[in-house]
Design a binder for this molecule. Structure first.
Ligand code: ATP
Length: 235
């Protein structure tokens, strides 16, 4: 479904991604793990067109997307949930969700997706008229995921959904990620510093160090890999 082929991405003169290649198949949850500053967020930003790669190619459903604008990429079926949620704090929950469906015209589909989201996160239904900024951190993460889902993505890019949240909320969010993947046939590309959690929910994983992919394997193998255990799992 998604293929990154030798991409190099820069911030000015700084090369943040060095020859990154990876693949995501339809229906998978894959995770990219790595330390602070390894280049995980930049990888997602390259896919969504916010920080396009300088060289290399990105294909989505067989189509090159590395030269498209972010809105064109969204319209093809890729939505990103950014690190730190970035919901619209002065818009209500409902207005935030409407923004997610901005490019859609299928009113019936939008209504159905809204019902699905309110069933997943009943708290959002209760708070639909409240400004997004008044929600707790966990509720804002739920809203950010829901806003992205309102675009009906085929591929969901999730950047550090566990960041700053209490363990019980994180567990709930990860259960929902699994549920969305299974029930909505949404492919998930998950970036996480919490490698333990991410590898438990993902089918496969990539490890990134200093802008390069250094390891790729099934989650089960990565969880039992001695180097991964030592560097990322604290075992
Ligand atoms: P984190 O978990 O801290 O978000 P990360 O693995 O997602 O880390 P990136 O945010 O992709 O890493 O950063 C990769 C490299 O690019 C780092 O060296 C970082 O300092 C640099 N970088 C990121 N954003 C910018 C920017 N806007 N301008 C300049 N350099 C940047």
């Amino acid at each position: 479904m998604l293929k990154l082929s030798n991409i190099q991405t820069f911030y000015g003169n700084i090369m943040a991604l060095k020859d990154v290649s990876l693949e995501v198949s339809e229906g998978e949850i894959i995770t990219l793990i790595g330390a602070n500053g390894a280049g995980k967020t930049t990888t997602l930003m390259s896919v969504s067109g916010i920080v396009p790669p300088k060289t290399g190619e990105i294909f989505f459903m067989g189509r090159p997307i590395h030269s498209l604008s972010p809105d064109q990429i969204v319209s093809l079926g890729i939505s990103q949930v950014p690190e730190g949620r970035r919901i619209f704090p002065f818009l209500t929950v409902m207005e935030n969700l409407d923004m997610g469906a901005f490019l859609r015209k299928d009113k019936d589909g939008i209504r159905k997706d809204l019902e699905y989201i309110f069933a997943l996160f009943p708290i959002l239904a209760e708070r639909r008229n409240q400004p997004g900024g008044t929600l707790s951190g966990g509720e804002q993460q739920m809203l950010a995921i829901s806003r992205a889902m309102m675009a009906r993505p085929r591929l969901l890019l999730l950047d550090e959904p566990s960041l700053g949240l209490a363990p019980i909320i994180v567990r709930k969010i990860f259960e929902i990620i699994r549920q969305i993947n299974a029930e909505q046939n949404t492919t998930v590309f998950l970036v996480e510093q919490n490698a333990n959690l991410a590898l438990k929910v993902a089918h496969r994983g990539y490890v990134m160090e200093n802008g390069r992919i250094t390891l790729s394997d099934s989650s089960a193998n990565l969880l039992s890999n001695e180097a991964v255990k030592k560097a990322y799992l604290g075992i």
